[in-house]
Ligand binder design. Structure first.
Ligand SMILES: [Zn+2]
Length: 66
């Protein structure tokens, strides 16, 4: 563990912004929705998330703690 969840999420957000994508966080699950696509938070029978799922953050702190 080198970076905290706050920084992980910040990195995801900055990458998404560069691509024009939107970041959606739901119950700790982080999804990146490509420009022009709709949010897909679906989970298949095996418990696998869809292609927009990028990370699971147990707890996102309000500030950096790493
Ligand atoms: Zn940090």
């Amino acid at each position: 563990m080198s970076v905290c969840n706050f920084c992980t999420l910040r990195g995801i957000r900055s990458r998404a912004k560069a691509e024009g994508a939107t970041v959606h966080v739901e119950n700790g699950n982080v999804f990146v929705v490509p420009k022009g696509e709709k949010l897909d938070t679906s989970v298949d029978k095996k418990g696998n998330h869809g292609p927009q799922f990028v990370a699971w953050l147990m707890e996102v702190t309000g500030t950096c703690c790493c």
